[in-house]
Design a protein around this ligand. Structure first.
Ligand SMILES: O=C(O)CCC(=O)C(=O)O
Length: 493
């Protein structure tokens, strides 16, 4: 894995010659299909393990030991330098040497990672009790969020995606942990990222720690290895954008790994896509807002675009008596083995409560096609033309809907396609005051500088989808640290 190639320039060059050993450097091959799949409930993903805080603690200790061992050789010499370099690149507005990565003191803030005061009000449903038709009619078509259990316990990832195993398999592979000011991917070897997560003076002390958000197709060999570790659940398998072609469609699947307080700032997923997010390790805190919740409420100016800042400063406002009832959020704690379904159009924010490992994909199905088509036609005109051509051949029923929308003059979403970027932790653009809007909907969006969007377009190292303007009524942008603008930049015309 991590074979040198076009990607080599992205790697920490002094270690490129070790890449070949990266995947199989552990005791046994891990991604050739020879290992046993985890049985449901036997992988540490069952509810009991999830609810047992000690399980998280022992995982953390094991991870600490493993990561420390992996990084100990070069911790003094180059590890610190690498982390400093990555931090500077990912958030240039923060001085590492002046301690600005911990200036807000979130790491010691009482309550930020507490959950006792939260009422998890999201419906749970076990996949074994749910047919595809029921899922579509109960959740996907009416756009109702739901947490689905029993979808990922049998995946290789259930066994393989522990920090320890990932360190063994992919420790020398570089993963995206942010974007620089020009929109280029900022990457760190996994062994260094895990060490960063472990050493008390690093992630455990940072306000908004670095967060791996790795596009599974652009991250080359490591992406391919991880893709073999899970299967798209049949509930989400329709994936109509596939018809546009794998090379043309926007990024749509990500490997996500981060420590407590890392996360994703409030955003709507782009192009009116729905999403699923399967959690293999740790716990995630989610907040979901009804479609149409105004940006002014959930993206107030002056709040740093980091998940930890959002949960510290904005979430409490949602609990105040004067918060409009129609925009009341749903609070959720996601446990290992649970898969969140995020319907198109729902603003959401996520903060990791522990070291988490997850996979997430965006998709479009028949039930939500008209909206997705409108957004794509507007935001990705070139891709939409290819998509329509493919639909004519393979889904003439949907092509007819697209034609009908065009005939009605109703085939483009109403707002600008420019994108914004807010971010997840360690996002590339974190100064909330500097976020400019290039969107005609004014303060509905927070935009990346145009130059940054252009550069990001050239960064083929991966990005996560960023939000799509959505008719001007709500948060428009998917923000994460990784590659906020890439989605629309790719769409780009
Ligand atoms: O796991 C996370 O940080 C949330 C990801 C997310 O919200 C998304 O991909 O849209």
């Amino acid at each position: 894995m991590c074979a040198p190639g076009p990607a080599a320039t992205q790697c920490e060059d002094e270690e490129q010659n070790r890449h070949a050993a990266c995947e199989n450097g552990g005791a046994q091959p891990a991604v050739n299909g020879s290992f046993q799949h985890a049985a449901n409930g036997s992988s540490g993903l069952n509810g009991k393990a999830a609810e047992n805080g000690k399980a998280h603690g022992s995982d953390a200790a094991a991870t600490a030991a493993a990561a420390a061992a992996a990084a100990s050789n070069d911790r003094d010499s180059s590890f610190e330098r690498k982390v400093r370099r990555v931090k500077r690149a990912a958030r240039s507005e923060l001085s590492v040497s002046k301690g600005e990565w911990r200036k807000w003191g979130y790491a010691s803030a009482p309550g930020l990672l507490e959950t006792a005061h939260l009422t998890d009000s999201l419906e749970r449903v076990d996949a074994s009790t749910l047919t595809l038709e029921q899922f579509v009619e109960r959740y996907e078509r009416p756009r109702r969020p739901v947490m689905i259990t029993g979808l990922c316990g049998g995946w290789p990832a259930a066994q393989e995606w522990t920090p320890e195993r990932l360190l063994q398999r992919l420790g020398d592979c570089k993963f995206k942990v942010g974007s620089d000011d020009d929109g280029y991917a900022v990457r760190l070897k996994l062994k260094h990222f895990l060490a960063y997560c472990t050493y008390p003076e690093h992630a455990p002390a940072d306000d908004s720690p670095l967060y791996v958000f790795a596009h599974l197709d652009w991250d080359r060999e490591e992406g391919k290895a991880l893709l073999r570790d899970y299967q798209v659940p049949p509930l989400f398998a329709e994936d109509l954008m596939r018809l546009a072609g794998e090379r043309r469609r926007p990024p749509y699947r990500w490997f996500v790994m981060g420590p407590a307080r890392s996360g994703t700032n409030v955003h709507i997923d782009p192009l009116a896509t729905s999403a699923w997010n399967a959690l293999l390790q740790g716990r995630k805190r989610w907040v979901l807002f009804p479609p149409g919740t105004p940006n002014a409420l959930i993206k107030p100016k002056g709040v740093e675009r980091e998940a930890a800042a959002w949960f510290t400063h904005v979430w409490p406002r949602t609990q105040a008596p004067d918060w409009p009832q129609q925009y009341k959020p749903i609070d959720v704690i996601q446990h290992p083995g649970e898969t969140m379904f995020v319907p198109a159009g729902w603003p959401h924010a996520v903060m990791n409560l522990d070291m988490t490992v997850a996979v997430t994909q965006n998709y479009v199905s028949t039930a939500t096609f008209p909206d997705a088509w409108r957004h794509t036609k507007r935001g990705r005109p070139k891709m939409s033309a290819k998509w329509l051509a493919a639909l004519r051949g393979q889904r003439p029923d949907l092509a007819a809907i697209a034609d009908e929308l065009a005939a009605q003059g109703n085939d483009e979403s109403g707002s600008s396609s420019s994108s914004s970027s807010s971010s997840s932790s360690s996002s590339s653009s974190s100064d909330s005051s500097s976020s400019s809007s290039s969107d005609s909907s004014g303060d509905e969006t927070e935009g990346q500088p145009a130059a940054k969007r252009r550069r990001t377009q050239g960064d083929t190292q991966g990005a996560r989808p960023q939000a799509e303007p959505d008719g001007g009524d709500a948060v428009q942008e998917q923000q994460t640290q990784q590659a906020p603008q890439q989605w629309q930049a790719l769409g780009g015309s």
